[in-house]
Design a protein around this ligand. Sequence first.
Ligand SMILES: [Zn+2]
Length: 100
Amino acid sequence: MELLKAKKILKRLEEAVKMVEANLKQEAEKAASSRHHSLGPWKDHADQSGSVAECSKCGAWVEVTDSSHPKDTDINGPAIVIDCGYGWKSKTRTSRDIYR
Ligand SMILES: [Zn+2]
């Protein structure tokens, strides 16, 4: 029965993580669309540290991360600071590349 209890707790934690992630993404989408970007699908980082979505019109990206990196905030990227159509050229892909 202990195992069952632990599994139930784990499931609840996973649901909580998903909810936080969904809220973050929603906020990021709101911020990007207020700058007229059209975000494509979210893609998870290979190391599970976050997800990134790119504007289908200009390529500017927005990223949600776990903030474990000292210079990261939860929501990063040119798509939340630059208006769409201002010639964003994606030389760097994520905050990991910028701050490396
Ligand atoms: Zn755009």
